[in-house]
Write a protein that binds this ligand. Structure first.
Ligand SMILES: Nc1nc2c(c(=O)[nH]1)N[C@H]1C(S)=C(S)[C@@H](COP(=O)(O)OP(=O)(O)OC[C@H]3O[C@@H](n4cnc5c(=O)[nH]c(N)nc54)[C@H](O)[C@@H]3O)O[C@H]1N2
Ligand SMILES: Nc1nc2c(c(=O)[nH]1)N[C@H]1C(S)=C(S)[C@@H](COP(=O)(O)OP(=O)(O)OC[C@H]3O[C@@H](n4cnc5c(=O)[nH]c(N)nc54)[C@H](O)[C@@H]3O)O[C@H]1N2
Ligand SMILES: [Mo]
Length: 769
């Protein structure tokens, strides 16, 4: 299969490998890289001005990640990640109608993702009519007419898919979901379906809320913080500042990760003069455990088993008061733990009994414990069970709903959590739909819609015909690239609301529209004046964000104005006055405050300091579960992990592949070809492999290999020319970058009861070429 696009140019990618990174994460390296990205942004002044306002009251919410803001206003609260995101948006390059005259879609399809996005900001609406091989300029009103007509011609509103990427504001996301529901569908696939879906489902089952139970303040009180399956040095750099403070005051930081990530070992805070001058850093994790990919549930089960054993001698090991007063299902869970055999536990997590005892000792000797996690937990087949096991272990010692303790799924996109709160949900809760119906008096659709993977199946089967994306890069972010492309190409119309050119603009439906929008860092002017938008971070803090830079082009519209235009052209204004709402975002917030609980006085409260905190019932030990108790789930350990299931299908050695992010990318946006903390420079087609596995297969560091997915569905999925990089990674596990390796992820390989693609456990074999 030939889905991976050819490189437009490879001269920027000359490959070299420097010695492994030995400095602390952060520090001068981060400052140097930030400076480089600022200078390369060809618009340094604009970027610096914007930067100083990132995550500050009156400024804008950094589009980098969803980590909470530090409480101290005035402190510059940004990181290398944020610098890159801001500089990327502030570029002076433009993708205008001349650009599309110059390059045909067929030509652009040959460009790699980095080259597409680097071309600059989209400036005017463009239409691909399916006849010419070029996008042509189109007026905004005509673009909306194309959408309106296409939607009116569908035989059912469920033939449209309304995708959302988590950068959209609360205001536009609310309007977008209202548009879809007035149209008559709950088809809201979103990036969350590929991201923290398992956290939401597992936590809702266990404790009755799908959101983290901690605030930034809890991190300054915790005795121990366990970081599961997460690489904050790259993906949530501001979290390292929080961990550094905790480490300095003596809290124990424990990392659970099959890869030895630099940022989890040592960090030098660019805002600490002493660490910068003396080239020192703060040790982050005193303890680092490296289970097998997908082995975290077994690890946690082992910890639970040790806790129960120790409880026999010492009744203070479990918080029996909490369990008795607040929990349901304890006895069944205890039985399930007792029947989980040590052989299976140790075999699945690939740790020794001593290591499990060590983890248990740290856990049991700490009064207040926080578990944080990200994609290393949520992108496996048994992710929902693993999240529930995280909660089980927290609950055994009463670590939910007490200061300094709790569960913290660290979100990805800066407003992915807020999007769900305001209704971007293909399985919306009934009370929310009731509230919509009450407010707007129309028949709100009740059937569940398609999630991201279902959407691809629906397009392939001809059940979905119009695809609209509010941001993101669906073609590149989704699994089984060849089939995702085919799915989009079968649509009658694909519509992308975007800031920059990406794969999803060149893998089009029979007709396609590009609707360019202003970005988070830019001033949003509507008839009522300059607007602010609001977002919710991983700690459920809702705060406002006001763009500072002039928009990249006068033709751009805000996402909110674009959604209003699409809605007006499709469903008219009998039920909702779209243009009025889009003329003043305070009116949309007013609607949200009527429909969604906890948003009362929304407009007033966002003006206070850093905004307001949404109530988290579990943090108050109120459990919104059917039993009104926190629930222990007594799931069995997975029968087999991915490599065990695949072994019966091949004679070759099976490895488990995880697909992850480099230090120089934001999801499908590739800023550059380096991965500084892992010592990789100038290349991305690499595979990290342990020295044991390299030796076992008689390979050498630097060899080029073909990676093939092992599956029994008759589809061949392989990628060639990936260079082996020897790396400290658990034996049997390998790692390679997303999105280059998405062609290897079978569409059918999804998490149970959740649908998230198993991006972190693909059974593969490799052979030398
Ligand atoms: N700079 C930057 N920031 C970002 C993003 C970005 O691309 N770039 N993306 C944003 C988004 S949308 C998200 S969701 C987050 C993602 O943040 P992360 O989840 O940190 O992202 P990944 O690169 O997928 O890294 C997964 C980490 O989990 C480990 N891991 C993988 N599988 C397992 C496992 O089975 N068990 C354990 N214990 N560990 C495992 C990997 O070795 C790696 O360290 O970051 C957000 N922030
Ligand atoms: N193999 C593999 N696949 C994965 C993952 C993985 O770990 N491994 N991770 C998954 C995860 S966690 C996620 S969240 C998804 C991400 O999936 P998406 O959210 O769909 O992808 P992004 O790469 O974040 O989207 C980048 C594009 O968003 C557009 N954009 C940027 N800013 C704005 C804005 O302000 N407004 C609008 N309208 N558009 C904007 C730009 O055009 C840019 O090209 O990918 C998933 N896919
Ligand atoms: Mo994500």
């Amino acid at each position: 299969m030939s889905t991976s696009a050819k490189k437009k140019s490879s001269k920027a990618c000359s490959s070299k490998r420097k010695p492994a990174y030995s400095s602390p994460a952060g520090g001068w390296g981060a400052l140097r890289s930030s400076a480089k990205h600022l200078i390369q942004s060809e618009n340094a002044a604009k970027s610096v001005k914007a930067l100083l306002r990132a995550n500050q009251p009156g400024g804008f919410d950094c589009p980098g990640c969803a980590w909470g803001d530090s409480g101290s206003a005035g402190k510059v609260d940004f990181c290398e990640n944020g610098v890159k995101a801001i500089a990327w948006e502030a570029t002076s390059k433009r993708v205008d109608s001349n650009f599309f005259k110059q390059y045909s879609i067929t030509q652009l399809q040959q460009w790699d993702g980095h080259s597409l996005e680097k071309s600059g900001r989209l400036t005017e609406p463009m239409f691909y009519d399916g006849i010419s091989d070029h996008y042509q300029p189109i007026s905004w009103e005509d673009a909306f007419k194309v959408i309106g007509n296409s939607l009116q011609q569908l035989s059912s509103p469920n033939e449209v898919l309304l995708y959302t990427s988590g950068r959209a504001s609360n205001e536009v996301a609310y309007l977008y979901q209202l548009f879809g529901r007035v149209l008559g569908t709950n088809n809201f696939p979103d990036c969350s379906n590929m991201c923290h879906e398992a956290s939401g489902i597992g936590m809702t089952n266990s404790i009755g809320t799908g959101k983290g139970t901690v605030t930034i303040d809890d991190f300054s009180k915790a005795d121990a913080i366990f970081v599961f399956g997460q690489n904050p040095g790259t993906n949530h750099p501001r979290m390292l500042g929080t961990l550094r403070e905790a480490s300095k005051r003596g809290a124990k930081i424990v990392s659970i990760n099959n890869l030895k990530e630099r940022g989890l070992q040592k960090f030098s805070d660019p805002q600490s003069p002493k660490e910068m001058i003396f080239l020192t850093g703060t040790n982050i994790s005193q303890h680092y455990f490296t289970p097998r990919l997908g082995g975290d549930m077994a690890l946690l089960r082992g910890v639970a088993k040790c806790l129960f054993e120790r409880f026999e001698q010492d009744k203070s090991v479990l918080d029996t008061d909490f369990i008795q007063e607040h929990c349901h299902g304890f006895e069944a869970y205890q039985r399930s733990v007792a029947s989980s055999a040590w052989d299976k536990i140790l075999g699945q997590c690939n740790l020794s009994r001593e290591e499990i005892e060590q983890i248990t000792t740290i856990y049991a000797s700490s009064d207040k414990v926080i578990f944080t996690w990200a994609m290393g937990i949520t992108q496996h087949r048994h992710s929902v069970d693993t999240v529930q096991e995280l909660l089980n272990v927290l609950m055994l010692r009463g670590n939910i709903g007490k200061a300094g303790a709790g569960a913290c799924p660290v979100r990805g996109h800066s407003n992915v959590q807020g999007n769900r709160t305001v209704g971007i949900d293909e399985k919306p809760p009934m009370p929310f739909l009731d509230a919509l119906e009450k407010r707007y008096s129309f028949n709100v659709p009740r059937d569940h819609g398609f999630n991201t993977v279902d959407s691809i199946h629906a397009m392939l089967a001809g059940k979905a015909k119009v695809f609209i994306a509010l941001g993101g890069n669906f073609a590149a972010a989704t699994p089984d690239t060849a089939r995702s492309y085919q799915a989009l190409q079968q649509c009658d119309l694909t519509v992308q609301i975007s800031t920059k050119l990406n794969r999803s603009h060149v893998v089009t439906g029979k007709r396609a529209l590009i609707l360019p929008c202003i970005g988070r860092t830019e001033v949003d002017r509507q008839v009522s004046g300059e607007q602010c938008i609001t977002v919710e971070d991983s700690m459920s803090m809702v705060h406002s964000s006001t763009g500072q830079n002039e928009p990249a082009s006068e033709t751009l519209r805000s996402e909110t104005a674009i959604v209003a235009g699409m809605a007006m052209a499709s469903v008219g204004d009998k039920i909702v006055d779209w243009h009025k709402l889009a003329s003043d975002y305070a009116l949309i917030r007013q609607e949200i405050s009527v429909v969604i609980p906890d948003f009362e006085d929304y407009n007033a409260r966002i003006k206070e300091g850093r905004g307001f905190h949404l109530k988290n019932p579990a943090a108050q030990r109120q459990w919104c579960t059917p039993t009104k108790k926190a629930t222990f789930f007594d799931a069995n350990l997975p029968e087999q992990l991915a490599h065990e299931r695949a072994q019966s299908l091949t004679d070759k050695p099976v490895l488990t592949l995880q697909t992850l992010r480099s230090h120089d990318q934001y999801n499908t946006t590739i800023y550059g070809m380096d991965d500084r903390y892992r010592g990789v420079y100038g290349e991305r087609n690499i595979i990290f492999m342990s020295s044991e596995d390299i030796n076992k297969q008689a390979l050498n560091n630097g060899d080029y290999v073909k990676i093939t997915t092992i599956s029994n569905d008759g589809i061949e999925r392989s990628l060639s020319n990936f260079k082996i990089i020897e790396y400290p990674i658990t034996s049997g596990c390998v790692a390679a970058y997303y999105p280059e390796t998405n062609p290897l992820v079978p569409l059918e390989s999804i998490a149970d009861n959740c649908g998230t693609p198993t991006y972190k456990s693909i059974a593969v074999s490799i052979e030398k070429i």
